[in-house]
Design a protein around this ligand. Structure first.
Ligand SMILES: [Zn+2]
Length: 277
């Protein structure tokens, strides 16, 4: 598969160490790229929502410029199946006719899948984590191109893989990339600790800082709930553009985010001291 090989090539071009955290439902291994060393680090996740694949290529470009010592783990594209569906449509998958028909139904009968957000099973991965699962304002309860929470928390291979990683490693900071809106979110429900650090990241990017008290089931949500540590959601890119965010804007996003991974590692070191006290 050309798109998959391209993703893996971009992973290696960062100069980092490539490993795999699990597999997607269509059987693609989910890559993670690591730079730096040490037990404590930063985890950055992109490409959770299919149509937001510009975040994957942004993160890999940024990681290529990171030469610090603190460990940084980047999962550039958690939802490769969704990306493929958004980019190429259903015919690219070797599936039974019945499955294709189900995908068309989830897509509202449309043959254009470019606005798809979910994984290949119609589950919105950023609603599938055990943090007030199914209680979100926009949650839906049947498979869909977006907002479907799944049959149960962590019902999906992709969410299981990243959840297991978060449980097994000592991260001081978890950052999750989406597009778009030029906004930074942090905290979960009423827990808005570490606002100072979230504010600093928003200022560095010249993005707005926003609370999301009604957000549930996301990576930032479950991370904050279960560890009490800082989790961030970054919505990259200007709202004047439509989904999928135009790839010709990638250079501009790279410039806007220059040095941000270094900045995350500096914050992570400070936070680690705070967590211990
Ligand atoms: Zn998103």
């Amino acid at each position: 598969m050309r798109e998959y090989n391209e993703l893996i090539n971009h992973c290696y071009l960062t100069g980092g160490k490539v490993s795999y955290i699990g597999e997607t439902h269509a059987g693609y291994k989910i890559p993670m790229v690591t730079k730096g060393a040490g037990d404590v680090g930063v985890l950055i996740i992109g490409g959770i929502h299919a149509r937001e694949y510009i975040t994957s290529f942004l993160l890999l470009r940024l990681l290529a410029e990171y030469h610090g010592e603190v460990r940084v783990d980047v999962i550039p594209m958690l939802n490769f199946d969704g990306y493929l569906l958004s980019k190429k449509g259903v015919d690219v998958f070797p599936m039974k006719l019945k499955d294709r028909q189900a995908l068309y139904v989830m897509n509202g009968g449309k043959s254009d899948f470019s606005l798809w957000k979910a994984n290949i099973r119609g589950v919105d991965l950023n609603t599938n984590f055990p943090a007030k699962w199914g209680e979100g304002e926009y949650n839906v309860f049947t498979p869909s191109s977006e907002n479907y929470v799944g049959v149960a928390p962590l019902s999906e291979l992709e969410t299981q893989a990243v959840y297991k990683l978060m449980k097994s490693s000592e991260y001081a900071l978890v950052v999750c990339y989406h597009s778009k809106g030029e906004e930074v979110y942090w905290g979960f429900q009423k827990d808005i600790r570490y606002k100072k650090y979230a504010r600093a990241v928003a200022n560095k990017l010249n993005y707005k800082l926003k609370e999301t008290p009604r957000s549930t089931g996301g990576i930032k949500d479950v991370w904050t709930l279960e560890t009490g540590r800082l989790g961030l959601t970054i919505e990259v890119g200007n709202d004047k553009f439509t989904h999928p965010y135009p790839m010709r804007e990638l250079d501009n996003l790279v410039r806007q985010h220059e040095g941000i991974i270094d900045y995350y590692t500096r914050i992570a070191k400070e936070l680690w001291k705070t967590y211990g006290s």
